[in-house]
Write a protein that binds this ligand. Structure first.
Ligand SMILES: [Zn+2]
Ligand SMILES: [Zn+2]
Length: 406
């Protein structure tokens, strides 16, 4: 690593930054409700010398750090936490609760590492201040709300993010990955994460007495047939070499043991890397549900109702040339043994929305190992310092390469 970069990264991750991390961890907030988190992040970025825009697309933050004329690099951290009850014995463990979209009071935890991402973003801002004079251009540091609902990036774009801070020449982001060694940086060329859709399927029949099923059209049996039938879509209608996932994650129906209900509600989720698979999965669900309903004798006006929820994610596709350029810079900074490659993930991520400009913004989304634990688990308790330091170093190495003075 070049001595100035190493010094700047190490200097940025001091006790003060780790205290910010612990505060963020102890006060997590649910998607769309990140008011306190956004304020802490925005204040820290302002203290680091950035010009801060607040309240973009909800609680979104965009902080600008400039050093002369030059290109613009966007760097994103996500801010939201999950309705998970923390079960670690960390002194800064979360005891926070929040109100979920159904109005229920639920425990809240940073179980996806977004607190690490935010700390790395602030450390990066400090490091780039310390490195002033060795880069030129603009950094746009984004605190994104609602990543867990894959909606916050699009909300910031719809609220004119690029009209406020300019269209970036590149956008980069990181996400922690427990399965990889602590502080190891992993790059993905091409598709990095899957697209996703959630579907509500209302299966309707004709309810009646459990002793007289002959006088009913049983939606419970029909829903069971749908759950089984849907599993044939991936296994029988997709090319065996093609990625696709279909999960029925919710099934609700009936209120009494001796009454056949009128309807059963199914909740489905699909994952895909391309639009053709997305269309095949959605068509298959509608076709099979309608066909099975018809076979069960459901009246024409009680056919299943298919609703695509407003929770879509596009597949996230990294720009291979940008990935190679950033990777080379990170390898030079950390050494090749601390850098690796990954294939696409079946998880989803809405960072891709920052690429949807005209012309498209090249993206590089990479991962950093935490050396153990599981994401979204109540026991996720990474050692923050080495992970944040790796994040700051990787961001700064990328920025010094992309915004370098020739
Ligand atoms: Zn998550
Ligand atoms: Zn996450």
């Amino acid at each position: 690593m070049t001595p100035p970069l190493a010094r700047a990264a190490a200097g940025a991750v001091d006790d003060d930054l780790l205290e910010l991390y612990r505060t963020l961890h102890a006060h997590p907030e649910l998607s769309g409700r990140e008011a306190g988190t956004a304020q802490r992040l925005a204040d820290a970025l302002e203290t680091a010398g950035c010009r801060v825009h607040r309240g973009i697309g909800g609680h979104g933050v965009a902080a600008v750090l400039e050093d002369g004329a030059g290109p613009t690099l966007l760097v994103r951290a996500d801010m939201d936490a999950l309705p998970v009850e923390e079960a670690t014995d960390l002194p800064y463990a979360s005891r926070a609760t929040g109100t979920d979209p159904n109005g229920n009071e639920v425990p809240v935890m940073h179980a996806c590492g977004h607190d690490l991402h935010m700390a790395a973003l602030v450390g990066f801002a400090r490091a780039m201040q310390a490195l002033r004079g060795s880069w030129h251009g603009r950094l746009v540091l984004v605190g994104q709300p609602s990543e867990e609902r894959v909606s916050g990036a699009a909300a910031m774009m719809a609220d004119g993010l690029y009209a406020r801070v300019g269209r970036p020449d590149w956008a980069i982001a990181l996400h922690v990955l427990p399965e990889q060694p602590e502080g190891k940086v992993l790059f993905i060329e091409g598709t990095a994460s899957a697209g996703a859709e959630s579907i509500d399927l209302l299966v309707r029949g004709l309810g009646g007495h459990a002793a007289h099923p002959d006088q009913t059209v049983d939606p419970v049996l029909l829903a069971a047939g749908c759950v089984i039938g849907f599993q044939g879509i991936v296994s029988r209608s997709l090319d065996p070499q093609t990625f696709g996932v279909l999960t029925v994650a919710m099934i609700h129906g009936g209120v009494k043991h001796n009454a056949i209900p009128d309807e059963v509600r199914l909740g489905l989720n699909i994952r895909f890397f391309d639009d053709d698979v997305r269309a095949r999965l959605l068509d298959g669900i509608e076709r099979i549900a309608a066909g099975l309903a018809q076979a069960a004798g459901v009246p024409e006006d009680r056919m299943p109702v298919f609703t695509l929820l407003d929770e879509s994610a596009r597949p996230l596709v990294n720009d291979p040339a940008l990935v190679r350029r950033v990777r080379a810079a990170v390898e030079a900074a950390l050494g090749t043994e601390r850098v690796g490659s990954l294939g696409p993930s079946s998880g989803s991520e809405d960072f891709g929305a920052f690429g949807t400009a005209d012309p498209a913004v090249p993206l590089c989304y990479f991962r950093i190992g935490t050396g153990g634990g599981r994401l979204h688990s109540p026991t996720f308790a990474p050692d923050p310092k080495p992970v944040i330091e790796a994040g700051v170093t990787a961001f700064a190495a990328a920025a010094l390469e992309l915004l370098r003075k020739d």
